[in-house]
Design a protein around this ligand. Structure first.
Ligand SMILES: [Zn+2]
Length: 245
């Protein structure tokens, strides 16, 4: 008999395969991003109908084949079905999944990435802070989890930790008033924006979606993160095009 395993995860994408099946990409806590076949998931009476959609979070029981996993059971804890009722939420949600897919790798522990996704969807559903702020927090934190985040705690020119006034993507972080001219792409940032970047990088996931920012900080945060993504990601995100329309 083939051994079965149960993994906790979230469905990132679902693609039709053959007449009745689906191929799921699942971000799992224990094994990172995996591909699993859900046999018969497109038959109306299938036990997998509801759970084999993006956003479904829960436990997936599978057996491991040579190339991929095959689903044998699921216990969905949260479908995030409210997300589907609002087009903005869907677009943000799809973008978050696409970014998680971009960073996801098989065979690595993805506990933090999964927790971040879950917390971000909860924040979108709660609607206590603007979606566009949730987006920027999510972007910076997913880079942080994956170790590709800027150094916003010291000047990339002289190393001092005070009077940081600028940010440069090509310098990989903040610059002080004296060093700002060493990089052409340096942008001036409000003190509060630098503090916000520092907070997002260092705060635990459970404390991320607990603050709001001024319009000025929001604009600067958007500039910094858009540039960071353009510089560090070697692909365009389809869901982002929809979002920005
Ligand atoms: Zn400096």
């Amino acid at each position: 008999m083939v051994a079965q395993i149960t993994l906790t995860g979230m469905v990132l994408s679902a693609t039709p395969v053959g007449d009745y099946d689906k191929r799921l990409v699942i971000l799992t806590r224990e094994r990172g991003k995996i591909t699993a076949f859900a046999k018969g998931a497109r038959r109306p009476n299938s036990q997998y109908v509801a759970g084999s959609r993006p956003f479904s979070f829960g436990e997936f029981t599978l057996y491991q084949g040579r190339e991929a996993y095959t689903l044998t059971g699921m216990n969905i804890k949260n479908y995030f079905e409210d997300m589907a009722l609002n087009l903005d939420k869907v677009y943000y949600g799809m973008y978050f999944l696409e970014l998680a897919d971009y960073f996801g790798r098989e065979g690595i522990d993805a506990k933090d990435m999964l927790n971040l996704l879950y917390a971000s969807f909860m924040a979108i559903n709660k609607e206590q802070i603007p979606y566009r702020l949730i987006r920027r927090i999510y972007e910076l934190k997913i880079f942080t989890i994956n170790g590709e985040y800027p150094d916003v705690f010291s000047c990339q020119g002289c190393g001092k930790a005070e009077e940081l006034t600028h940010f440069s993507v090509s310098a990989n972080g903040t610059l002080c008033q004296t060093c700002k001219d060493i990089k052409k792409d340096a942008v001036a940032l409000n003190n509060s924006t630098i503090y916000t970047l520092q907070y997002i990088i260092s705060a635990p996931i459970g404390k991320l979606y607990t603050f709001n920012v001024s319009e000025e900080v929001m604009t600067e945060l958007s500039i910094v993160m858009s540039r960071w993504l353009a510089f560090h990601c070697d692909r365009e995100f389809k869901s982002l095009e929809l979002l920005e329309k």
